[in-house]
Design a protein. Sequence first.
Length: 316
Amino acid sequence: MPSGGLKAALIAAFEGYSRALYRASKFAKIALVIGGAAIATIALAIDIAHANDEISGWTIAGLAGAFMVAVGSIFDAIRETDAASALSIAARAIDELNDHEEFDGAVTRGLDLYNSMDVMRGAIEQSLDLPDVAATSIVQTCLSAASNSLLGAFDFGIKDIWTVCVFMAQTEADSGKMILRCVAHLRKIPCELSEAREWPQGVGVAGIAYSMNHEIIIKDMSSPDAVAMFNLGTMARDYDKERYASMVAVPITVGTSPRPWGVAIATCDRPNHFSPEPSYGVATTEPVRAIAAMAALAVKASEAAGRRQTDVAPRG
């Protein structure tokens, strides 16, 4: 049962029990305690009056006092707060507080995304003022400069294992096929660019996103559909299931070219961290789209300035 449904069921069960207890408590107070006290007082007054063979003023005052106490006690019992109602009010207050916290988190992620794009744009402008800087070096500068804001926009936690990578499509010398090489990255677990896996066109999330020229979002890599579609075969590594539970890949399109320049990808070890479903505020997939857009801008600006595309040498 989802956490929201479990919470509702628990509240409903407690409300039912609380209302039953509330009704029993009211009956006990009004019928037994107050009624019993009133009857005892009246009976005692009548007995005293009968013993003295007269009804004195004190007897009448005692009866009036008993009546006043009974009426006041009944009124107090009636106005007593129902614990179930108090629980419902408290639950609504907690939900509203959670909504405020979620709203604050969404605003913060939005500001982080805006700030990261502004920082990356500034990094592109400053890098173009430097002599002979390759496009891929500018992209790495963008990621490094905006890393703090990007991590906030991605909503990565302290314990999360994550990666943010930009892959460039290059022609493999031997086969003539396209292969995706990592040319810029941020990682929770450090890794040299030379150690990053290269993805042939149509293989892995990055390779398939490139081949389809379409964004791919995977909520849970352990789902049967994902396992069947993204079977890596001999390219798989022992830690893949542990580190790469959810991911998103966005093709990088430069200008009007029908073929992507490369792919931007982000991964997280938390299932459902990335999702195609609508989310509250800024989706965690948005920073990847921003990175893809800024990478395209860096490549286009480098082309216009006559810069080379990459400093990352092909392997082998």
